[in-house]
Design a protein around this ligand. Structure first.
Ligand code: 26Q
Length: 816
């Protein structure tokens, strides 16, 4: 079936028509928000048919599909992305111009769905874009949070959290699929009975909640594919409410309704910090159960009861352990609902499940108290116990009498359900997200499992969609590249490598420079408009943008800025190329030390502004409310990309890739994907500093690290840290920085001092910074490096990542 491609004339007509029919107004009368809605709705019209056709083809061709389960999808705005992928950008631009409207003014009207915290959620969104662009049938599955990640405001240099009510004006892209509404049960007790010679389990007195799916289209680039992002919303069941209403318990019924609906109310703002909150457990089970019920229903519609075919037709990808309850839930459905025996159910389940790990940090590993699991999900807990019994029994065959080892590997041990062990034991595939991370997984937390079945483990380096992170966010660079090497890189990011020889072309470098300057100007305008701060675009734009975490070491960056400040103040002969340090980061609301680091950065900014000489060469700007849309303006403007995590801690990082693609040079440790950026660009085009992961590991093991001796011998560090407490940094609150001071020098409650080696790596970081400013002064040298970085970034397209997942794990035939 041919898909209609709108020309600018029919686009204009449909926009004016929408405004007339829905709002009864003309284009001239419409507010930007009304215009956005009208435009989005015309784009949606174009998508609907394609969406239907693709779904039908998938059904007819009886192909396989991946369900990508993730508690987060940080998609960012959709309108521009959809226009790009439909190849309608130009037509829309033209149509709108003719209506006297600037497309840019419309795009910013779209509320950004902030359904994620950071890397893990953004990765899921990049994966959806690549899956569709590679025509791989896929459904992303998550929760339809009514409130996404909080909006961040700075008040007196401190982070304040505001609610993100992104659905307030409706969501132009979603469609409720009420016909797929299903029920998810919580609590209750299990009744065991024998029926027809078989033990069956009934859940009695459970609390039932409706799961209502809302679908959003995910469009492939210049192809026929439209996949789906399905978000599940919790709704109380009307039946229950009616009974209570009848008994005159109106208020109680309303309360129950609220209790049910709280499940999809809000995204938890903690990232990489596990806390055993019951509501979170309910969230995880809620969307996992709904997804699996729905997948099974869809499967049975196509293949009837041939459940042995399931692993050939569906694969469930478990994005970190959060959707790991998919495993016992699949067992439950196959046994309790479909009547399979345990062994068959377990064999099928195993062959359907693939798991990606995103962290090795102990505090982020998901573990649930046994009692909470038993009470909240009694049948699931029973199944987990039986799975655990069988797993331990088989471990005992391999590791007889090694109880410690078996305890570490068990699904249930020491009163907790260990989600990572569940996922490793019962998935056919386990992968890390960079080569280094994959190696650390099999060397450490999953070592014992790896010894038993090495083939199961792999490392697949993360990627980013170059469509959003280059084509969409950096049109100036895109058009420069297109002029130089053609537009083959739109579909095949590896072709960016053809830019490499152009690093030696002076005229090309000049144009590259012009592009960077225009992007710096665009960022300057945005920050001026949003925060009423101004700066000179001739400063070096040096950026660290990512969640605020101690292991990411924003503190190292800040401490170094303070040292630079002191050099400027203390030595009138010292000068440096003017440098703007930009920070963008949200801190988890309860992570008070991270919030203190935010205050510190803002205090530095104030301190520098007060000094007439320092502020000529140094500026610090804290970007409020860093989100996907901000990143899209920030990345293209960056010249230095700071990636400072303590080696071994950052599983991959993906911001590092976005910066690189936009021509920023990395200043970073040998951690996560930085290692692979280093391999791509070569030692001359990156600034590496700090301890390597193995050294960090042995420092932990040996326990010999003594940051106090560094403080004592390094005058610059000592001076800066003393200024934390003498009123220099916080004139009105000299004790504010005490916690950080003690953390670095003494450690708190029995923990080691400076656990992320800020002081240890400071010297090496400072030296790398000296090399940077020296090289930056040779403009041509710097531009050469920048071009090489863009040229070698094709490897980090998530298209490559998804191809690897498909070749190694999913084995899905694309529908072309
Ligand atoms: C789990 C249970 C309870 C409470 C919180 C959590 C939780 C929530 C979010 C645990 C972890 C996260 C997020 C993790 C994350 O974003 N990890 C990042 O994933 C990226 C994509 O693979 C990597 O590039 C980053 O290195 C990694 O830190």
């Amino acid at each position: 079936m041919a898909i209609t491609q709108f020309d600018s004339e029919s686009i204009k007509q449909s926009i004016t028509g929408k405004l007339q029919r829905y709002n009864g107004i003309t284009v001239a009368e419409a507010t930007p928000q009304q215009l956005y809605k009208a435009v989005a709705s015309t784009v949606r019209d174009q998508i609907m048919q394609k969406w239907m056709v693709f779904r039908e083809r998938w059904i007819n061709e009886k192909g396989k599909r991946v369900y990508y389960l993730s508690v987060e999808f940080l998609t960012g705005r959709a309108l521009n992305c959809n226009l790009l992928n439909l190849c309608s950008q130009e037509n829309y631009q033209k149509a709108l111009r003719e209506l006297n409207i600037d497309l840019q003014d419309i795009l910013v009207e779209e509320p950004e769905p902030a359904l994620g915290n950071g890397g893990l959620g953004r990765l899921a969104a990049c994966f959806l874009d690549s899956l569709a662009s590679l025509s791989i049938p896929a459904m992303g599955c998550t929760i339809r949070y009514e409130y996404g990640l909080f909006r961040q405001k700075m008040v007196d240099g401190q982070q304040v959290e505001l609610p993100d009510s992104w659905l307030q004006n409706g969501n132009a892209w979603e469609i409720a699929a009420v016909e797929d509404t299903c029920q998810v049960q919580f609590g209750g007790r299990i009744e065991e009975r024998e029926e027809n010679g078989r033990m069956v389990f009934h859940l009695e007195d459970a609390y039932t909640i409706d799961a209502v799916p809302y679908d959003m289209p995910v469009i492939g680039y210049d192809n026929q594919c439209v996949n789906t992002l399905r978000t599940w919303s919790a709704r109380s069941r009307e039946r229950i409410d009616l009974r209570s209403f009848g008994e005159g318990e109106y208020i109680k019924a309303m309360e129950e309704m609220q209790m049910a609906e709280v499940i999809s109310k809000v995204l938890y703002p903690e990232d990489k910090h596990y806390e055993g909150k019951m509501l979170r457990l309910k969230q995880h089970y809620f969307f996992t159960s709904a997804t699996l019920q729905n997948a099974l229903k869809t499967f049975k519609r196509q293949y009837g009861n041939h459940l042995e075919l399931l692993p050939d037709k569906v694969v469930f990808h478990i994005n970190d352990t959060h959707p790991g309850l998919a495993i016992p839930e699949m067992m439950r459905l196959l046994i309790d609902q479909e009547g399979l025996d345990w062994e068959t159910a377990q064999r099928i389940t195993y062959r359907c499940m693939a798991y990606t790990n995103h962290t090795v940090m102990a505090e982020a590993l998901e573990r649930w108290p046994v009692e909470m699991m038993r009470q909240t999900l009694p049948r699931i807990f029973m199944i987990l116990e039986e799975l655990n019994r069988r797993v331990c029994e088989s471990l005992f065959q391999s590791y007889p009498d090694q109880w410690d080892r078996i305890g570490r590997m068990a699904i249930i041990a020491y009163g907790q359900v260990h989600m990572a062990n569940l996922c490793v034991a019962l998935s056919f595939s386990v992968n890390g997200v960079s080569q280094l991370h994959g190696k650390i997984l099999t060397d450490t937390i999953f070592h014992d499992y790896w010894l038993l079945d090495r083939k199961k483990f792999s490392a697949i380096t993360n990627g980013i969609t170059h469509r959003r992170w280059l084509l969409e966010s950096n049109p100036a660079l895109t058009s420069l590249i297109r002029d130089a090497i053609g537009d083959g890189f739109y579909k095949d990011a590896q072709q960016l490598e053809r830019l490499k020889p152009l690093a030696e072309d002076g005229a090309f470098r000049d144009r590259f420079d012009q592009v960077k300057r225009s992007n710096k100007e665009r960022l300057r305008k945005l920050i001026h408009q949003r925060q009423n701060i101004d700066f000179d675009i001739n400063f070096i734009f040096d950026v660290q943008a990512k969640r605020l975490h101690e292991y990411k070491r924003q503190l190292l960056n800040a401490l170094h800025i303070q040292v630079l400040y002191n050099r400027l103040v203390d030595d009138p002969g010292f000068s440096m190329p003017p440098r703007l340090f930009l920070f963008g980061a949200k801190a988890a609301p309860g992570y008070w030390r991270a919030k203190l680091i935010i205050r510190y950065i803002n205090a530095l900014s104030t301190l520098i502004e007060k000094h007439p000489r320092a502020r000529q060469m140094l500026k610090v700007v804290y970007l409020e409310n860093y989100d996907v849309s901000t990143a899209e303006v920030l990345m293209p403007a960056a010249e230095i990309s700071q990636q400072l995590s303590t080696a071994g801690k950052e599983a991959s990082g993906t911001g590092n890739m976005k910066f690189m693609m936009n021509g920023a040079v990395t200043l970073g440790t040998m951690d996560g994907a930085n290692v692979e950026i280093y391999e791509q660009v070569g030692a001359e085009n990156i600034y590496i500093f700090g301890m390597r992961a193995d050294t960090v590991e042995s420092m932990y093991r040996e326990g010999i690290y003594n940051p106090m001796s560094i403080y004592e011998t390094n005058f610059e560090i000592r001076k800066a840290m003393n200024q934390w407490l003498d009123g220099t940094v916080f004139p009105s609150e000299p004790l504010a920085m005490q916690d950080l001071y003690h953390m670095l020098l003494q450690g708190d409650h029995g923990g080691m001092a400076d656990p992320y080696f800020v002081l240890k790596d400071f010297g090496s970081y400072s030296m790398a910074n000296r090399r940077i400013v020296e090289d930056y002064q040779d403009r041509q040298k710097w531009l050469r490096m920048a071009v090489i970085n863009t040229a070698m970034s094709g490897y980090f397209s998530s298209d490559r990542t998804i191809r690897e997942y498909n070749e190694k794990i999913w084995h899905i035939d694309p529908i072309l």
